[in-house]
Design a protein around this ligand. Structure first.
Ligand SMILES: Cc1cc2nc3c(=O)[nH]c(=O)nc-3n(C[C@H](O)[C@H](O)[C@H](O)COP(=O)(O)O)c2cc1C
Length: 199
């Protein structure tokens, strides 16, 4: 599905977003609009360069080892069935990886942090190290993990700017998350960010 065109202007200053950002662990079931979903993914990994290559977050050697997936709950996003979606930056679109509301399974695999399952959407940031280690060797692992942090902060600040809140989770069983989501085994999950309206 091609996502709506992202906005280039908002109503919250970056200063306010930084000041107000907090890890939130309690969400309502209110669904996200397609526009909000689109904007969050664009902030995470959208192509921001006019000639269509460079992305919203910096990347060592512009090798882009990060993928962003969305775990969308039942009625989590306007006009989108529950499922696991892969964000594809060229064309600003999402592809269905597999159907079904997997939020509870994701929360269970995250040391039973069940609050995660309340959020309409969980964004999962993964790294494929081979893409960057081919140039930088083992140091590429460090670069990819740093990049994931940039992507996470972009999501946090964009959520604030949209009147949404986000959480951030690093405590989960990698292999279980990969299995539940049905994503490639070499896409190592680094961060899971539940996003929605604060309860
Ligand atoms: C890499 C990383 C992993 C984290 N993992 C978890 C987690 O598994 N569960 C959780 O509730 N919070 C997690 N947090 C959130 C921290 O607890 C939170 O950022 C910290 O308490 C500071 O609060 P603030 O984000 O509201 O400023 C994580 C944060 C980071 C950066």
């Amino acid at each position: 599905m091609i996502l709506p065109r992202p906005n280039e202007e908002g109503r919250v200053s970056v200063e306010k977003a930084i000041k107000n950002r907090r890890t939130v662990r309690s969400f309502t079931s209110r669904q996200l609009t397609k526009d909000q979903f689109s904007q969050l993914l664009f902030a995470a990994q959208g192509i921001t360069e006019d000639r269509g290559f460079k992305r919203a977050a910096p990347s060592g050697g512009a090798l882009y080892p990060i993928d962003v997936y969305a775990v969308v709950g039942e009625k989590g996003v306007e006009d989108l069935d529950a499922g696991i979606y892969h964000y594809v930056p060229p064309g600003h679109r999402v592809e269905l990886v597999g159907p079904g509301d997997k939020r509870k399974q994701i929360a269970n695999a995250s040391l039973w942090q069940m609050w995660m399952a309340q959020a309409p959407v969980n964004l999962v940031i993964t790294a494929e190290y081979a893409r960057i280690c081919s140039k930088y060797g083992d140091r590429g692992i460090r670069y990819a993990i740093i990049e994931a942090g940039h992507v996470g902060q972009n999501i946090f600040l964009q959520a604030e700017a949209l009147g949404l809140r986000a959480g951030i989770v690093g405590a989960f069983n990698d292999a279980e998350i990969i299995k539940i989501m049905g994503i490639p085994k070499n896409h190592e999950p680094l961060l899971i960010m539940p996003v929605g309206y604060q309860a």
